[in-house]
Ligand binder design. Structure first.
Ligand code: ATP
Ligand code: MG
Length: 393
């Protein structure tokens, strides 16, 4: 079948009352953006509670569907045929042509579901259903009607033109980017943080990211890997600013001044502090991490509490209750896994102690951090000021 349009279904955003227009407009904007990368010209329109993407030129069907499958807020993608209203006899022919082309194997049960959005249409929905059902049965005797659980639900919508569709390709769900504020993702090269960013972006939050880089202990290639991950997440979230913070001096200073078994915790506290400063400068209202309870020493509940203590912003940890395998499953689904498992050193692993504290005592941590008093504020300031910004899209 040569489709020329898509009807875009959106679930969650349909129920938002007065905000509905805002959500629809955001969705239209994101669909337009996603289709820019597709070979083909499209016109995206909003028309009485419906969003359409109409092709204005030849286009690659699979590529288009793939792009739409990454737009948060879309619950279903319906390839559709739109015909002029040229009378019911002509409509019958169009419907037969549609069924014939879309379903080469005619052994299926179906139901016609007509909708009269155009109340001037001269026939009632029931009549349309019955008459179209009849002509399908006559033309293709292998088919049969099942009004309760049809294999094919054939939608025929009477509007200024007539929409015919029966396939619904699932979208990603969620809410369109830009409908829920902005947050800063702490993005490492691992498996968890890209998934965390994806999950929060899926709720309509615009995300930026910060990566703590420790050259020469972490290589340029490790940084490139994080850029690659940011680009992969950006395929869903939209273009993302990545702030690359040089963390080497701070790490070395902590290494010199503080007990080594507390290194990871203190380092993570400085990451959060710096991330929060950059977040505020960029109008972000929350931080996002890929932490999951119990996964490593720095993710015991005690460690999480100690890390969290330095933040005044809410910290979103969408994978907090997930097992590793559950996170891996999502990373495979969204396409970040292969990049995440590339073996490049992480700044956390280089300075890691043999026996890190797993139940940090917050008072002891405070005392250790006092040893940093002389230089740390200046170093944090420098780290923030010298951060490199990379636009990932
Ligand atoms: P990930 O798989 O996301 O790397 P992880 O299991 O390796 O997580 P940790 O190293 O303890 O866990 O890091 C916990 C979280 O802290 C990460 O999910 C990420 O949000 C943040 N983080 C860790 N290292 C960095 C870094 N170098 N730059 C930015 N954020 C980081
Ligand atoms: Mg990691």
């Amino acid at each position: 079948m040569k489709y020329q349009s898509f009807l875009i279904k959106y679930a969650e955003i349909g129920i938002k009352g007065k905000n509905r227009y805002m959500f629809e407009d955001a969705l239209v904007k994101q669909i337009r953006f996603a289709l820019k990368s597709v070979d083909g010209q499209f016109e995206v329109t909003k028309e009485s509670g419906r969003i359409y993407a109409n092709a204005l030129s030849e286009f690659d069907f699979d590529e288009t569907v793939e792009a739409l499958k990454r737009v948060f807020g879309i619950s279903g993608i319906c390839p559709m045929v739109q015909v002029e209203d040229e009378g019911f006899e002509e409509l019958k022919k169009q419907v037969i042509r549609y069924v014939d082309q879309v379903y080469p194997d005619k052994h299926f049960t179906f139901k016609v579901n007509a909708r009269r959005a155009n109340k001037q249409y001269p026939m009632k929905s029931d009549e349309i259903n019955r008459d179209l059902g009849e002509v399908i049965l006559e033309t293709f005797p292998e088919t049969s009607v099942d009004v309760h659980e049809p294999q094919v639900m054939l939608h025929v919508e009477m509007r200024s033109r007539i929409n015919i569709y029966s396939e619904v390709i699932p979208g990603p769900g969620g809410m369109p980017a830009g409908t829920n504020g902005r947050a800063m993702l702490l993005l490492s090269g691992g498996i968890d943080s890209p998934v965390a960013g994806y999950m929060i972006a899926k709720r309509g939050v615009v995300i930026e990211a910060v990566y703590f880089h420790a050259p020469p202990y972490t290589s340029e290639r490790a940084k490139e890997k994080v850029v690659d991950l940011a680009k992969l997440v950006a395929k869903y979230s939209g273009p993302m600013k990545l702030h690359v913070v040089n963390f080497t001096d701070i790490q070395l200073y902590i290494y010199d001044q503080c007990p080594h078994e507390e290194l990871t915790i203190i380092m993570r506290r400085y990451m959060m502090r710096i991330a929060e400063i950059i977040a505020k400068e960029n109008k972000c209202l929350g931080l996002i991490t890929g932490e999951s309870i119990g996964q490593v020493a720095s993710q015991t509940v005690q460690s999480l509490a100690a890390t969290n203590e330095v933040c005044t912003m809410p910290v979103f940890r969408p994978v907090i209750g997930f097992d590793k395998q559950e996170i891996v499953d999502i990373s495979e689904k969204i396409g970040t896994f292969e990049t995440s498992i590339q073996p490049f050193e992480d700044c956390c692993t280089i300075f890691v102690a043999k026996h890190p504290v797993t139940k940090p005592n917050i008072n002891i941590i405070h005392r250790s951090e006092e040893k940093l008093a002389e230089k740390i504020d200046e170093m944090v300031k420098t780290a923030v000021e010298t951060a490199e910004v990379i636009l990932c899209e």
